[in-house]
Ligand binder design. Structure first.
Ligand code: NIG
Ligand code: FE
Length: 412
């Protein structure tokens, strides 16, 4: 029989169990186990409940007894990042804050294309190292699952280099990495042809290799005036769906149209949504597509936040992710950003915590994490406190004192 370890007592375990996937939440809906314990066996939780009762009843081979006050949360899930990249865009940030426009920055050699150039210069090994370093930094802040996009390669060999690097990084990084192909991030400047021709080339030549090498099962596209039109992406997503790729969309960031494509293609998530109006909010709320707010991009660009309150009130499911990338969201601190979004959008603790746990897991179609329940992965973050409200109150400044990933203590 596999070893069973009991950990506790925790002053509070916030299980996130029993909460609905969609709609507004109040803090009184949170299930809080007081003086609780968790039993882990292998990678999974096999028991959860009152610490003293678990001690007496369960078949435990080892007990880890905690001293002092501790609050335990499900490990956080960051459902949208671009942490595989080369170089820096500090120059863009300074220019933007000095009042330069998107076009002026692009003309000065900045923007997404700058990161494409720097990422193409990096070797696969350099990208692996960078990605692991960034992922492990997030782990220390309690994030145990991270989605990582390609999209700075923008040719068949360079997108493959990125996705192979993400796959390799996943073998060593402490959090689990879930890869997504974002070859449809922008029309590469060195492609001789139209948007439509580029997307055809990617779907014809790259999609089959992604399947063959099992590099990703997720397909993303940036629908925006500066990137791809809804029309271009309809055909691209139809081909991706035929090959069983899950769909996710960079939607409604500066102008609307992406969320409609997302809903039409039954996307798992529609991300950004800063520009979404009542119409898009209603569309998303009626659908099974998860709305993903990216407060890190609003903070990085100095733009409006995603209308999270309105989305939840309309009945949508809301996840919150960091969008960590070198251009629009360089901070890369999920807990800080989720907490700030909660302040500006008037979200309850339960709504913010749901947005970075089980609702974020659902945005990656993962049903084995994001809650603390027997049978699920033993992924959890532990904070020195006797009150879970301290976590968001400290706006990301209260860091976990321990993090467990798949049943292993990976940070303390
Ligand atoms: O999610 N919106 C498009 N793509 C990224 C930005 C990438 C970049 O600026 O390098 C985003 O914000
Ligand atoms: Fe993004």
């Amino acid at each position: 029989m596999e070893k069973a370890t009991l950990i506790g007592p925790f002053k509070q375990i916030i299980t996130m169990a029993g909460l609905p996937l969609k709609g507004a939440l109040t803090d009184s809906q949170l299930q809080i186990i007081k003086d609780g314990g968790i039993i882990i066996s292998g990678s999974k939780i096999t028991g959860i409940g009152d610490f003293e009762s678990l001690k007496e009843t369960a078949q435990i081979s080892e007990t880890i007894t905690l001293k002092g006050n501790h609050v335990c949360m499900p490990g956080f899930v960051d459902a949208h990042t671009h942490i595989c990249f080369g170089g820096s865009r500090a120059k863009d940030y300074a220019m933007r804050n000095a009042g330069k426009t998107y076009l002026e920055i692009a003309h000065a050699g900045g923007g997404i294309w700058d990161t494409v150039t720097q990422t193409r210069k990096a070797s696969q090994e350099e990208l692996v190292t960078n990605t692991i370093k960034r992922a492990n930094r997030h782990l220390k802040n309690g994030t145990t699952t991270i989605e990582v996009k390609s999209g700075y390669g923008l040719s068949v060999p360079e997108e493959l280099k990125m996705l192979r690097a993400i796959k390799e990084a996943n073998n060593t990084a402490l959090p689990e990495l879930i890869s997504t192909c974002l070859a449809a991030h922008m029309l590469p400047k060195d492609f001789k042809g139209t948007e439509k021709e580029y997307l055809e080339m990617i779907s014809d030549e790259l999609f089959p290799i992604l399947k063959e090498e099992n590099l990703t099962h997720r397909m993303d596209a940036f629908i925006e005036q500066s990137a791809f039109s809804a029309d271009d992406i309809q055909a691209y997503f139809s081909k991706a769906t035929d090959l069983n790729f899950d769909i996710t969309v960079h939607a409604d960031q500066f102008s609307t149209s992406g969320s409609k494509v997302a809903v039409d293609h039954k996307a798992i998530s529609a991300d950004h949504l800063e520009a979404s109006t009542e119409k898009e909010i209603a569309l998303l709320a009626k659908s099974d597509t998860i709305a993903v707010a990216l407060p890190g991009a609003s903070i990085g660009l100095g733009c409006d936040f995603t209308p999270a309150r309105k989305l939840l009130n309309a009945g949508a499911s809301l996840a919150i992710a960091s969008d960590h990338n070198p251009g629009s969201a360089p901070m890369g601190d999920l807990l800080t950003q989720a907490s700030i979004l909660g302040t500006f959008e008037k979200l309850t603790n339960a709504e913010v915590l749901a947005g970075i746990t089980f609702r974020a897991a659902a945005a990656l179609k993962l049903d084995d994490r994001g809650k603390l329940e027997a049978g699920l992965l033993a992924d959890f973050a532990v904070f020195h406190s006797d009150n879970y409200q301290d976590i968001l109150y400290n706006q990301g400044n209260l860091k976990p004192c321990m993090v467990w990933k798949s049943g292993e203590l990976v940070f303390d």
